[in-house]
Design a protein around this ligand. Structure first.
Ligand code: SAJ
Length: 440
């Protein structure tokens, strides 16, 4: 029996699109990867990758070598079209769908009866129905599914199927994780499920498109709200002079309590972004979700205020921030609270600020332009200055109390629980015998 989906066109060759395209190609389907950035197309066409992700380079190289994957700047006819383009936030915290709409318009001329269109990009509820309307207006010769109705079988199937992968484990999780498959009609859902079952080992669970759109947003809003609870706890504990790390460790001994970890704020292009899509759709009802976003966004300025108080109290000490990435052990600075804090410190103290970031070769120009120096961890530890730990990279976790010596430590991630012999971890114990410093 001939394959139902011999050719697939993946639009957007980023963190999700490129691994998805390579995985589908590895399953023997012909894949046309499309990106509006010619440099990305050139890189992939050469069998190389422009993003750091475990095992992706080998998969792409092999797919390109065998001809299973080709990269183009414009879509071509296919049996399945997967839209995996960015959906950023505007300054007003509104979803920006320009990329999704442009990708939708670009595939319209290539559609034929029997094709399947899948939206994977994180999108506001109702976007899948919106792209169906856009396509219907472009191709009156074809019948498109009405949103949610059981309507007659359309010529084109349309579904929303979000990914839920963790950077660094993308190829594994794309295959192993359960997948939510949300068609505009049951026939669309069934067709999309048959497609994903070609390369997904997790369960492909059927639902309606609007529910699938909300699932993705819900997962990340849930995580953001739980992180906000931890962050708010850390601020409360500072004011009550309680060690928040000890508090959480004890509370989590309860069999049904799992409090997440405080940090300097929430970064990345998902957790810090997706909850705003819900707030935008239901501004009156999404009060807790909005409040969580505001708590997490405010944490960076809270940390900044604590650091400024330290710097003012210890004018002779060198200041070194440990970490710029938005989370541990990656090089991604997108929406990073650490980067925001260092940037604001640099505007205040310029060349007095140093940074250790083991996952990047050189500092962003905005920082080096203000005189910020990139140091090695050894250089930072040798200064006995102020160490502001912002990212819990494994490299930093290994630093012992002895190695920290006489440095004054502000550990925003709670990875150095044992205090150095002559210093105390700030801000939980803001008073210190050596300094008489009391910051409340
Ligand atoms: N963070 C904390 N404390 C915690 C956990 C995280 O401060 O206890 C911070 C991190 O430092 C980081 C931010 O939150 O700055 C986000 O970290 P993350 O690991 O939650 O975020 P992502 O964006 O790498 O991955 C998330 C995951 N979503 C969920 O866990 C619900 C991943 O499964 C999603 O696929 C991904 O977002 C996405 O693509 O949406």
């Amino acid at each position: 029996m001939p394959p139902e989906f011999p050719t697939v066109c993946v639009l957007g060759l980023g963190y999700i699109g490129l691994p998805t395209a390579a995985l589908i190609a590895a399953r023997g389907l012909k894949v046309v990867g499309v990106d509006v950035n010619p440099a990305v197309v050139a890189t992939v066409s050469a069998g190389r990758v422009h993003i750091i992700e475990a095992d992706l380079d080998g998969l792409v190289q092999n797919a390109v070598l065998t001809g299973a994957l080709v990269a183009r700047t414009r879509p071509e006819p296919a049996d399945v079209f997967v839209i995996a383009v960015p959906t950023p936030l505007s300054d007003a915290k509104k979803p920006v769908l320009d990329n999704v709409i442009a990708a939708t318009r670009s595939i319209a001329p290539h559609l034929k009866s029997g094709d399947l269109v899948i939206l994977e990009s994180t999108s506001p509820v109702g976007t899948t129905a919106q792209i169906s309307q856009i396509l219907a207006a472009s191709r009156p010769d074809l019948a498109f599914p009405a949103s949610e109705a059981d309507g007659p079988d359309a010529d084109i199937a349309i579904a929303y199927c979000p990914e839920r992968v963790l950077p660094g484990r993308i190829l594994k999780e794309l295959v192993d994780n359960d997948r939510c498959v949300g068609g505009l009609t049951p026939a669309c859902t069934a067709k999309a499920r048959r497609f994903y079952e070609l390369f997904v080992r997790g369960e492909c669970i059927e639902t309606a498109a609007r529910t699938a759109e909300m699932v993705k947003l819900t997962e990340n809003a849930f995580r953001d709200t739980n992180i906000a609870f931890a962050n708010e706890l850390s601020v409360i504990c500072d004011s009550l002079d309680i060690n928040v790390w000890e508090l959480i460790e004890l509370a989590n001994r309860h069999p049904r309590v799992n409090i997440l970890k405080p940090g300097p704020g929430v970064g990345g292009h998902c957790i810090a972004v997706d909850p705003w899509f819900i707030v935008d759709a239901a501004p009156e009802e999404a009060r807790l979700i909005r409040a969580a976003r505001e708590v997490n966004d405010a944490k960076a300025d809270y940390v900044l205020d604590q650091v400024r108080a330290l710097i003012e109290a210890f004018p002779d000490r060198a200041v070194t921030c440990l970490g710029l990435a938005f989370k541990a052990n990656i090089d991604d600075l997108r929406e990073s609270p650490a980067l925001e804090i260092v940037d604001k410190l640099a505007r205040l103290y310029g060349g007095r600020v140093g940074v250790v970031e083991p996952f990047i070769e050189e500092l962003p120009a905005t920082l080096s332009g203000m005189g910020v120096k990139q140091l090695t961890l050894e250089e930072a530890l040798s200064q006995d200055g102020l160490l502001i730990l912002l990212v819990d990279h494994d490299l930093f976790r290994k630093v012992t109390a002895e190695q920290r010596g006489d440095a004054l430590v502000y550990d925003t991630r709670g990875i150095w629980r044992e205090p150095s012999p002559s210093t105390v971890s700030l801000p939980q114990h803001l008073a210190s015998p050596q300094t008489g410093l009391a910051l409340y």
